[in-house]
Design a protein around this ligand. Structure first.
Ligand code: ATP
Length: 273
Protein backbone atom coordinates (compact mmCIF):
# COMPACT_ATOMS: atom_id res chain seq x y z
CA UNK A 1 0.00 0.00 0.00
CA UNK A 2 0.97 3.61 -0.36
CA UNK A 3 1.30 4.15 3.36
CA UNK A 4 3.69 1.24 3.65
CA UNK A 5 5.96 2.77 1.06
CA UNK A 6 6.60 5.75 3.29
CA UNK A 7 6.97 3.61 6.33
CA UNK A 8 6.58 6.46 8.82
CA UNK A 9 8.21 5.33 12.01
CA UNK A 10 6.73 7.48 14.65
CA UNK A 11 9.08 6.23 17.29
CA UNK A 12 12.59 5.75 16.06
CA UNK A 13 14.68 4.13 18.74
CA UNK A 14 18.01 4.49 16.98
CA UNK A 15 20.34 7.14 18.41
CA UNK A 16 23.87 8.33 17.69
CA UNK A 17 25.14 5.68 20.06
CA UNK A 18 24.12 3.02 17.55
CA UNK A 19 26.20 4.69 14.85
CA UNK A 20 29.87 3.83 15.29
CA UNK A 21 32.63 6.00 13.89
CA UNK A 22 31.49 8.60 11.33
CA UNK A 23 32.45 11.32 13.80
CA UNK A 24 32.55 14.17 11.31
CA UNK A 25 29.25 13.19 9.72
CA UNK A 26 27.68 12.96 13.16
CA UNK A 27 28.92 16.46 14.01
CA UNK A 28 27.30 17.78 10.84
CA UNK A 29 23.96 16.10 11.38
CA UNK A 30 23.85 17.23 15.02
CA UNK A 31 23.10 20.64 13.61
CA UNK A 32 20.04 19.19 11.89
CA UNK A 33 18.90 17.69 15.18
CA UNK A 34 19.12 21.18 16.69
CA UNK A 35 17.14 22.67 13.80
CA UNK A 36 14.38 20.10 14.35
CA UNK A 37 14.29 20.54 18.11
CA UNK A 38 14.39 24.29 18.22
CA UNK A 39 13.73 25.91 14.84
CA UNK A 40 12.83 29.30 16.29
CA UNK A 41 16.28 29.72 17.75
CA UNK A 42 17.78 29.59 14.27
CA UNK A 43 15.31 31.65 12.30
CA UNK A 44 14.94 34.59 14.67
CA UNK A 45 17.83 36.51 13.16
CA UNK A 46 16.54 36.01 9.64
CA UNK A 47 18.43 32.82 8.81
CA UNK A 48 16.85 30.04 6.78
CA UNK A 49 17.04 26.46 7.94
CA UNK A 50 18.35 24.15 5.21
CA UNK A 51 15.70 21.95 3.62
CA UNK A 52 17.89 19.06 2.81
CA UNK A 53 21.26 17.38 3.07
CA UNK A 54 22.77 14.71 0.90
CA UNK A 55 24.57 11.78 2.53
CA UNK A 56 27.20 10.59 0.09
CA UNK A 57 29.09 7.33 0.38
CA UNK A 58 29.44 3.68 -0.63
CA UNK A 59 26.73 1.07 0.13
CA UNK A 60 26.39 -0.24 3.65
CA UNK A 61 28.34 2.53 5.36
CA UNK A 62 25.49 3.65 7.62
CA UNK A 63 23.72 6.39 5.69
CA UNK A 64 20.25 5.05 6.48
CA UNK A 65 21.32 4.34 10.04
CA UNK A 66 22.56 7.92 10.50
CA UNK A 67 19.39 9.41 9.02
CA UNK A 68 17.31 7.30 11.42
CA UNK A 69 19.51 8.37 14.30
CA UNK A 70 18.82 12.03 13.46
CA UNK A 71 15.09 11.30 13.77
CA UNK A 72 15.70 9.30 16.95
CA UNK A 73 17.80 12.02 18.58
CA UNK A 74 15.30 14.74 17.68
CA UNK A 75 12.37 12.45 18.65
CA UNK A 76 10.55 13.13 15.38
CA UNK A 77 8.86 10.78 12.86
CA UNK A 78 10.91 9.23 10.09
CA UNK A 79 9.44 8.87 6.60
CA UNK A 80 11.41 6.92 4.07
CA UNK A 81 11.30 5.81 0.51
CA UNK A 82 13.84 4.49 -1.93
CA UNK A 83 14.54 5.86 -5.37
CA UNK A 84 14.57 2.31 -6.66
CA UNK A 85 10.85 1.99 -5.74
CA UNK A 86 10.17 4.50 -8.49
CA UNK A 87 11.86 2.64 -11.28
CA UNK A 88 9.43 1.26 -13.87
CA UNK A 89 6.39 2.91 -12.38
CA UNK A 90 3.35 3.69 -14.43
CA UNK A 91 2.89 7.19 -15.74
CA UNK A 92 2.00 9.67 -13.04
CA UNK A 93 2.37 7.24 -10.15
CA UNK A 94 5.85 8.35 -9.06
CA UNK A 95 4.92 12.03 -9.04
CA UNK A 96 1.73 11.29 -7.13
CA UNK A 97 3.64 9.31 -4.51
CA UNK A 98 6.09 12.15 -4.02
CA UNK A 99 3.22 14.60 -3.51
CA UNK A 100 1.56 12.20 -1.11
CA UNK A 101 4.72 11.74 0.89
CA UNK A 102 5.23 15.47 1.33
CA UNK A 103 1.60 15.96 2.27
CA UNK A 104 1.94 13.38 5.04
CA UNK A 105 5.29 14.75 6.14
CA UNK A 106 3.98 18.30 6.44
CA UNK A 107 1.12 17.03 8.59
CA UNK A 108 3.56 15.23 10.90
CA UNK A 109 6.22 17.97 11.03
CA UNK A 110 8.69 18.32 12.54
CA UNK A 111 9.98 15.18 10.85
CA UNK A 112 12.66 13.64 8.69
CA UNK A 113 12.02 12.49 5.14
CA UNK A 114 14.69 10.05 4.00
CA UNK A 115 15.14 9.26 0.30
CA UNK A 116 17.50 6.34 -0.22
CA UNK A 117 19.18 5.88 -3.62
CA UNK A 118 18.09 9.32 -4.77
CA UNK A 119 20.19 8.85 -7.91
CA UNK A 120 17.52 6.45 -9.18
CA UNK A 121 15.13 9.44 -9.38
CA UNK A 122 17.58 12.28 -9.57
CA UNK A 123 19.92 11.23 -12.38
CA UNK A 124 20.56 14.22 -14.58
CA UNK A 125 17.77 14.59 -17.06
CA UNK A 126 18.17 13.12 -20.50
CA UNK A 127 21.23 11.15 -19.49
CA UNK A 128 22.27 7.86 -21.05
CA UNK A 129 18.92 6.30 -21.92
CA UNK A 130 16.72 5.83 -24.92
CA UNK A 131 14.51 8.81 -25.72
CA UNK A 132 11.17 8.42 -23.96
CA UNK A 133 12.42 5.85 -21.49
CA UNK A 134 13.15 8.55 -18.96
CA UNK A 135 9.91 10.47 -19.04
CA UNK A 136 8.33 8.98 -15.96
CA UNK A 137 11.48 9.34 -13.90
CA UNK A 138 11.71 12.94 -15.01
CA UNK A 139 8.13 13.53 -13.89
CA UNK A 140 9.02 12.12 -10.51
CA UNK A 141 12.15 14.23 -10.25
CA UNK A 142 10.22 17.35 -11.27
CA UNK A 143 7.59 16.73 -8.64
CA UNK A 144 10.31 16.28 -6.03
CA UNK A 145 11.83 19.62 -7.02
CA UNK A 146 8.43 21.30 -6.93
CA UNK A 147 7.69 19.86 -3.48
CA UNK A 148 11.08 20.91 -2.12
CA UNK A 149 10.56 24.45 -3.33
CA UNK A 150 6.97 24.47 -2.14
CA UNK A 151 7.41 24.23 1.59
CA UNK A 152 8.75 26.91 3.84
CA UNK A 153 12.16 26.40 5.42
CA UNK A 154 10.55 26.72 8.84
CA UNK A 155 7.96 24.02 8.13
CA UNK A 156 10.00 21.53 10.14
CA UNK A 157 10.43 19.01 7.34
CA UNK A 158 14.07 18.17 6.69
CA UNK A 159 14.94 15.89 3.81
CA UNK A 160 17.95 13.63 3.99
CA UNK A 161 18.86 11.78 0.84
CA UNK A 162 21.50 9.13 0.26
CA UNK A 163 23.53 8.26 -2.80
CA UNK A 164 26.74 6.59 -3.80
CA UNK A 165 26.69 8.36 -7.17
CA UNK A 166 26.67 12.12 -6.51
CA UNK A 167 28.35 12.58 -9.91
CA UNK A 168 25.23 11.55 -11.85
CA UNK A 169 22.77 13.75 -9.94
CA UNK A 170 20.86 16.43 -11.76
CA UNK A 171 22.39 19.76 -10.81
CA UNK A 172 18.91 21.12 -10.09
CA UNK A 173 18.85 18.97 -6.96
CA UNK A 174 22.03 20.52 -5.64
CA UNK A 175 20.98 24.16 -5.94
CA UNK A 176 20.70 26.37 -2.88
CA UNK A 177 17.41 25.75 -1.11
CA UNK A 178 17.42 22.08 -2.08
CA UNK A 179 20.20 19.63 -1.21
CA UNK A 180 22.71 22.35 -0.64
CA UNK A 181 24.70 20.42 1.97
CA UNK A 182 26.71 17.29 1.33
CA UNK A 183 27.88 15.05 4.11
CA UNK A 184 30.36 12.39 3.17
CA UNK A 185 30.25 8.97 4.74
CA UNK A 186 33.28 6.86 3.99
CA UNK A 187 34.13 3.24 4.53
CA UNK A 188 35.62 2.84 8.01
CA UNK A 189 39.36 2.64 8.62
CA UNK A 190 40.74 0.10 11.08
CA UNK A 191 39.78 2.19 14.10
CA UNK A 192 36.28 2.79 12.70
CA UNK A 193 35.88 -0.94 12.09
CA UNK A 194 36.85 -1.63 15.68
CA UNK A 195 34.09 0.72 16.90
CA UNK A 196 31.56 -0.87 14.57
CA UNK A 197 32.56 -4.37 15.71
CA UNK A 198 32.05 -3.28 19.32
CA UNK A 199 28.49 -2.13 18.56
CA UNK A 200 27.58 -5.39 16.86
CA UNK A 201 29.39 -7.66 19.33
CA UNK A 202 27.36 -6.30 22.23
CA UNK A 203 24.46 -8.77 21.98
CA UNK A 204 26.76 -11.75 21.29
CA UNK A 205 28.09 -14.21 23.83
CA UNK A 206 31.83 -14.05 23.30
CA UNK A 207 34.59 -16.50 24.12
CA UNK A 208 37.64 -14.80 25.71
CA UNK A 209 39.71 -15.68 22.60
CA UNK A 210 37.87 -13.03 20.58
CA UNK A 211 40.20 -10.17 19.77
CA UNK A 212 38.42 -7.14 18.34
CA UNK A 213 41.64 -5.52 17.12
CA UNK A 214 42.51 -8.65 15.13
CA UNK A 215 39.02 -8.79 13.62
CA UNK A 216 39.33 -5.16 12.54
CA UNK A 217 42.73 -5.85 10.99
CA UNK A 218 41.33 -8.82 9.07
CA UNK A 219 38.47 -6.91 7.46
CA UNK A 220 39.99 -4.17 5.29
CA UNK A 221 37.46 -2.72 2.85
CA UNK A 222 34.48 -3.88 4.90
CA UNK A 223 31.62 -1.43 5.37
CA UNK A 224 29.50 -1.40 8.52
CA UNK A 225 26.85 -3.59 6.90
CA UNK A 226 29.44 -6.32 6.25
CA UNK A 227 30.79 -6.10 9.78
CA UNK A 228 27.25 -6.49 11.16
CA UNK A 229 26.91 -9.48 8.85
CA UNK A 230 30.16 -11.06 10.11
CA UNK A 231 29.03 -10.78 13.74
CA UNK A 232 25.69 -12.37 13.00
CA UNK A 233 27.17 -15.17 10.87
CA UNK A 234 29.74 -15.94 13.57
CA UNK A 235 26.97 -16.32 16.15
CA UNK A 236 25.04 -18.66 13.84
CA UNK A 237 28.14 -20.70 12.98
CA UNK A 238 29.00 -21.14 16.66
CA UNK A 239 25.43 -22.15 17.47
CA UNK A 240 25.49 -24.76 14.73
CA UNK A 241 28.71 -26.10 16.29
CA UNK A 242 26.93 -26.34 19.65
CA UNK A 243 29.38 -23.97 21.31
CA UNK A 244 28.62 -22.12 24.50
CA UNK A 245 30.19 -18.91 23.22
CA UNK A 246 31.40 -17.54 19.88
CA UNK A 247 35.16 -17.95 19.48
CA UNK A 248 37.83 -16.62 17.13
CA UNK A 249 37.54 -19.60 14.77
CA UNK A 250 33.83 -18.91 14.27
CA UNK A 251 34.65 -15.30 13.42
CA UNK A 252 37.37 -16.38 11.01
CA UNK A 253 34.91 -18.63 9.20
CA UNK A 254 32.27 -15.90 9.20
CA UNK A 255 34.74 -13.44 7.64
CA UNK A 256 35.60 -15.99 4.94
CA UNK A 257 31.93 -16.53 4.25
CA UNK A 258 31.20 -12.80 3.97
CA UNK A 259 34.21 -12.31 1.69
CA UNK A 260 32.93 -15.20 -0.45
CA UNK A 261 29.52 -13.57 -0.64
CA UNK A 262 31.03 -10.24 -1.67
CA UNK A 263 33.06 -11.91 -4.43
CA UNK A 264 29.96 -13.59 -5.82
CA UNK A 265 28.03 -10.36 -5.74
CA UNK A 266 30.83 -8.54 -7.56
CA UNK A 267 30.91 -11.22 -10.25
CA UNK A 268 27.21 -10.74 -10.91
CA UNK A 269 27.30 -6.98 -10.82
CA UNK A 270 30.50 -6.17 -12.68
CA UNK A 271 29.50 -7.01 -16.29
CA UNK A 272 26.96 -4.18 -16.15
CA UNK A 273 29.27 -1.54 -14.74
P1 ATP B 1 22.90 1.52 1.32
O1 ATP B 1 23.59 2.60 0.57
O2 ATP B 1 23.20 0.13 0.82
O3 ATP B 1 21.43 1.77 1.58
P2 ATP B 1 23.61 2.52 3.91
O4 ATP B 1 24.82 3.35 3.82
O5 ATP B 1 22.29 3.20 4.05
O6 ATP B 1 23.59 1.47 2.76
P3 ATP B 1 22.85 1.20 6.29
O7 ATP B 1 21.61 0.60 5.71
O8 ATP B 1 22.69 2.34 7.18
O9 ATP B 1 23.84 1.54 5.13
O10 ATP B 1 23.68 0.07 7.04
C1 ATP B 1 23.27 -1.26 7.06
C2 ATP B 1 23.53 -1.86 8.42
O11 ATP B 1 24.95 -1.96 8.63
C3 ATP B 1 23.03 -1.01 9.57
O12 ATP B 1 21.69 -1.28 9.87
C4 ATP B 1 23.96 -1.42 10.69
O13 ATP B 1 23.57 -2.64 11.25
C5 ATP B 1 25.28 -1.65 9.97
N1 ATP B 1 26.14 -0.44 9.96
C6 ATP B 1 26.54 0.26 8.89
N2 ATP B 1 27.31 1.31 9.25
C7 ATP B 1 27.39 1.27 10.59
C8 ATP B 1 28.03 2.09 11.58
N3 ATP B 1 28.75 3.16 11.22
N4 ATP B 1 27.88 1.76 12.86
C9 ATP B 1 27.15 0.68 13.23
N5 ATP B 1 26.53 -0.12 12.36
C10 ATP B 1 26.64 0.15 11.06
Amino acid sequence: SKAALFDAENKVKITFEDVAGLDEAKEEVKEIVDFLKNPGKFTKLGGKIPKGALLVGPPGTGKTLLAKAVAGEAAVPFFSLSGSDFVEMFVGVGAARVRDLFKQAKEKAPCIVFIDEIDAIGRSRGRGQLPGANDERENTLNSLLVEMDGFATDSGVIILAATNRPDVLDSALLRPGRFDRQISIDKPDIVGREHIFKVHLKPIKLDPTVDVKKLSAQTPGFAGAEIANVCNEAALIAARRDKKAVDMQDFQDAIDRVIGGLEKKNKIISPEE
